[in-house]
Design a protein around this ligand. Structure first.
Ligand code: AGP
Length: 615
């Protein structure tokens, strides 16, 4: 993970590095650091914590150098400390690095046996020592960098600067994303285009094995390990919904939860087409092409995206009758999934479009000749570029580490994919309604999300009751089961309360042993006549063991569930097909308020990062 940025140009580098690092903090915020080549040598400043701490440290100092590198860290090798913060150095060389050098231990031992002295526990430091050694053997700086690349195993990228600003800034892409952007005063290179200032209008996404030499006069050369490569710049399309800042909201997460009604309205307006008074679902021609004739869907994702994928399985199988398999991407890539190019479509779910395991699964399918479709939020991300077709989540940027609005967008789009693939007859048979009627119902859901948001007083009461507990169980059946998993993930990741989600019928197969007097059990009850009584029975089973029952259901069934619950929330009624979209809102709010009651950093939970670019 980690975010890296470099600048070589005519303006002082430091303000650009600091601004860029703030934008890259979603990749990690354990520590931050910069090195600026400032005439007489390099000036390095590092601090534990986020860029704001680094900014405090450099304030009042003047850095005039026009060549510099910066880093925001998510610790992999070595604890969170200033020693392990980047840049790391050896001799006149300074490096910032994203990714992992897998054979770090062997390299370190070999370097140490030949006299190298290490100051950190990072794998990064091995790279800079190796390059330094190559220079001491007489190679030029760029040649030295190139010569060590074959020794390094793993997926990574790095930027390396020399204390002499006459030397180029060297950028290397070996599997972790790196983009090059230029403007009138210089050249930027960063993990993500959000780190580029507004004056950068075009960028070149670097490819694996690219090495770039960047000079302060704005010249750059892109080299591969073997030869020179040509690349065409692409225009940068800034997201029209990229409203930065929290505005009147206390946290990004809260703002992002509240943005969901407008977001869903926007998504449905662009995906549900009205022609001669008939409604239908539409996607881009590329997406419709990969969806046409599909006989089996393989969904991959991690974390929240995986939960959204599970929800997609319930909806697509039931609406369209097409088999769907869902895998955690990190498992998919290391087992031997049986892929069939003639029938399969691989759908990669990823908010960031940069999750290492999801990208690996996507590439595996592509290499096996299976068509690929990416559902991504980050336009221009690696998944969006590498998949045969893309459906954008259109959620607008999500800054809170906890995925909220992108989850809602994912489950809404997967429902739309199910509706797109379904035949009219099957829809009538399964849902008892025409496509027209179902899509009209869907268009009413954003207003119900608004109503769900307005129930905040009840949610806050529930959150207060969770403030001191140590374990919470979530349960649901059907489409509510993935929601139970997601509700538990939201609660644990930002409130640090142990939480697990289960299918309602599963509790008595083991987890019920956890229930004792006062254990909170949160039940999700879509208004599905087939499942509601089964759920109420499961709730009673926990109640007899002393559970503190909290239920979230629809007004229609309020009587059934509130009579057995200690606390309950009745959400506006809607077809069961869409109910989990509405109940996602109180689940998110519950996690949010619980974390606030516990005084935690909601937007930046400990140990996590927004984009997980290592496996
Ligand atoms: C969710 O709140 C988490 N931040 C995390 O599980 C996330 O969904 C996961 O890392 C996958 O990210 P992606 O959607 O960007 O691939």
């Amino acid at each position: 993970m980690c975010g890296i940025i470099g600048y070589a140009g005519l303006s002082p580098a430091l303000p650009y590095l600091l601004k860029g690092l703030e934008q890259l903090e979603y990749r990690g915020y354990d520590s931050a650091g910069v090195a600026v080549m400032d005439g007489g040598g390099a000036r390095v400043v590092k601090s534990v914590g986020s860029t704001s701490r680094l900014k405090e440290k450099v304030s009042g100092q003047t850095f005039t150098g026009g060549l510099g590198i910066g880093h925001t860290r998510w610790a992999t090798h070595g604890g969170v400390s200033e020693e392990n913060a980047h840049p790391q150095s050896a001799g006149p060389l300074y490096i910032v690095h994203n990714g992992i050098v897998e054979n770090e231990r062997v390299l370190r031992e070999e370097l140490q046996s030949r006299g190298a002295v290490f100051f950190s526990e990072t794998d990064t430091e091995t790279i800079v020592h190796l390059v330094h050694r190559a220079m001491e053997e007489g190679k030029s700086f760029p040649e030295s960098v190139r010569s060590v690349l074959p020794l390094l195993e793993g997926a990574y990228s790095f930027l390396m600067a020399h204390a002499d600003p006459a030397e180029p800034l060297v950028a290397v892409h070996r599997g972790a994303p790196l983009l090059l952007g230029s403007c009138s005063h210089g050249v930027f290179v960063a993990s993500d285009m959000t780190a580029f200032p507004g004056e950068v209008h075009s960028m070149i996404p670097l490819e694996v094995d690219d090495m770039v030499l960047i000079r302060c006069d704005g010249r750059f050369e892109i080299l591969s390990l073997d030869d020179r490569r040509e690349r065409k710049p692409e225009p940068i399309r800034r997201n029209p919904y990229a409203v930065h800042g929290k505005g009147e909201f206390s946290h990004y997460m809260f703002k992002e939860i509240c943005e969901q009604p407008a977001m869903l309205d926007r998504i449905l307006a662009s995906r549900i087409r009205r022609e001669e008074e008939r409604l239908s679902v539409c996607f881009s021609p590329d997406a419709e092409k990969v969806l046409s004739g599909v006989r089996r869907i393989r969904i991959v994702g991690c974390g929240t995206s995986y939960h959204a994928g599970l929800f997609g399985k319930y909806r697509i199988e039931s609406l369209a009758g097409i088999p769907v398999e869902v895998d955690i991407a990190s498992e998919f890539r290391y087992r031997d999934p049986v892929l069939d190019p003639a029938s399969d479509l691989l759908v990669a779910l990823t908010q960031s479009g940069e999750t290492a395991d999801t990208l690996a699964a996507l590439r595996m399918a592509r290499d096996a000749g299976v068509p690929t479709l990416a559902l991504v939020n980050a336009e221009g991300s690696t998944a969006a570029r590498e998949a045969d077709a893309t459906i954008l989540l259109d959620a607008g940027p999500e800054f809170g580490v906890a995925a909220t609005k992108t989850f809602l967008s994912q489950i809404a789009l997967l429902t739309l994919i199910g509706l797109y693939l379904a035949s009219d007859d099957r829809l009538r048979e399964r849902e008892g309604k025409s496509r027209e009627e179902i899509l009209s119902d869907f268009l009413k859901i954003p207003a119900l999300l608004d109503k769900a948001l307005s129930l905040s007083a009840g949610v806050i009461d529930i959150a207060r009751s969770l403030g001191e507990v140590s374990t919470v169980l979530f349960m649901g059946r059907g489409g509510d089961f993935p929601l139970a998993l997601e509700g538990a993930l939201k609660l644990k990741e930002i409130s640090y309360i142990h939480a697990e989600g289960y299918a309602g019928g599963e509790l008595k197969h083991g987890p019920l042993a956890l229930v004792e007097k006062g254990t909170p059990v949160i039940s999700l009850l879509s208004p599905d006549e087939k499942l509601i009584l089964k759920m109420v029975s499961n709730m009673k089973e926990t109640l007899s063991r002393g559970a503190f029952l909290i239920s979230i259901g629809s007004e229609r069934h309020q009587e059934e569930f509130s009579s057995v619950s200690s606390m309950s929330l009745a959400l506006p009624d809607c077809p069961p097909l869409f109910f989990p979209l509405v109940s996602a809102v109180p689940l998110q709010l519950m996690a949010y308020h619980t974390a606030c009651f516990r005084g935690l950093d909601v937007d930046r939970p400990r140990n996590l990062a927004k984009s997980v670019t290592v496996e």
